[in-house]
Design a protein around this ligand. Structure first.
Ligand SMILES: [Zn+2]
Length: 341
């Protein structure tokens, strides 16, 4: 089953011509889950992968750059005649925020299920879970970890035949957990295998809770609002530097770090360099890029660059090669940043 994350907006606080405000779209099978919904998110989606009917929405916190796009998005769903209920999750205060913003934007006719989450809450979905992690920002803020259920181990047909089972339906039944003619599944199946895991920081200082929750995740998406020269300011404003994000990634032993929430202050190449010095498997997605997360035995997570009308093409599977390979992914071709504001 596919498991990928689409970067609908990678700027922090202020959009640029090339980067929209925070929004991430998780795609797994038929599920479409939006994490944060900065102003302009629906336009970003319409301009890229299309505005699909979302399964649910998670907000990390209520600073305006992370949710202001939501009322407009809900109104569009209403105009399109959405009937399916939509669940929106976020920290405490979600109900009040949505009541206020819908009073201004106008009601929607489909059912909104507003779910206020506390750190440690875990939501069970078909085949995976979503956990809320208490991170450290200036206001109540959550990170999220999405992790799939364990998968059955690898079936050993030779062992099954040796024990007397016949290829065909008997093999199928024992693989699906049934004891067949006295042969138990654990006699012919390897140990269970972990599912895939994705961690999303939201806006936060380097967070011990997030480090623990992201342990051995396939991908950690972490904010990198500041460069090292402003580490102190990052601390004062409840944000992280790129290198601090990389320290979290290294300590959590993740497979890939994707930085986001970029400030207009720095060229993204500078942040990438500072992070890669600490954690080489760091990538810096642009808007509309996707990270695909295969099962570990099928390869590493890979950053797929958005290629406009032609759709996506695959960047080197190893995120490390990002800055040394293709023409359009070199640090010098990062979008020009407007002057600091
Ligand atoms: Zn923010």
């Amino acid at each position: 089953m596919d498991f990928s994350i689409f970067f609908a907006g990678t700027a922090g606080s202020i959009p640029t011509p090339r980067r929209g405000l925070p929004a991430l779209l998780l795609r797994r099978g038929g599920d479409r889950i939006l994490f944060d919904c900065g102003e302009g998110t629906q336009r970003q989606l319409v301009s890229s992968v299309g505005l699909s009917d979302l399964s649910e929405v998670f907000l990390t916190h209520f600073h305006a750059d992370h949710w202001l796009g939501l009322p407009g998005l809900l109104k569009t769903f209403d105009l399109r005649g959405r009937e399916r209920p939509l669940a929106i999750h976020g920290p405490a205060g979600l109900r009040e925020l949505l009541a206020l913003s819908l009073r201004a934007a106008g009601r929607v006719r489909f059912e909104l299920e507003l779910v206020e989450l506390a750190p440690g809450d875990v939501l069970v979905r078909a085949g995976y879970r979503i956990a809320a992690v208490g991170v450290a920002h200036r206001i109540a803020a959550l990170g999220y970890v999405v992790f799939e259920d364990q998968r059955p181990g690898v079936f050993d047909p030779a062992a099954a035949a040796r024990l007397g089972l016949t290829p065909g339906p008997e093999f199928g039944r024992v693989q699906h957990g049934e004891t067949v003619r006295g042969i138990r599944p654990d006699q012919v199946m390897g140990p269970s295998r972990p599912g895939r895991k994705l961690a999303i920081s939201g806006d936060t200082l380097p967070s011990e809770a997030l480090r623990l929750a992201a342990h051995q995740a396939d991908v950690l998406i972490h904010e990198a609002t500041f460069a090292e020269e402003e580490r102190e300011r990052a601390g004062q404003t409840g944000h992280s530097t790129a290198a601090q994000a990389a320290e979290v990634a290294r300590a959590a032993e993740v497979r890939m770090l994707a930085l986001t929430h970029f400030s207009t202050r720095y060229p993204v190449g500078l942040l990438r360099g500072e992070a890669q010095a600490v954690f080489p498997q760091t990538v810096t997605p642009r808007d509309f890029d996707t990270i695909e997360i295969p099962f570990p035995e099928r390869g590493d997570p890979s950053l797929l660059r958005w290629d406009g009308e032609a759709g996506r093409r695959q960047a080197p599977a190893n995120g490390l090669a990002e800055s040394s390979s293709a023409r359009d992914v070199s640090p010098t071709s990062q979008p020009a940043m407007p002057p600091a504001s």
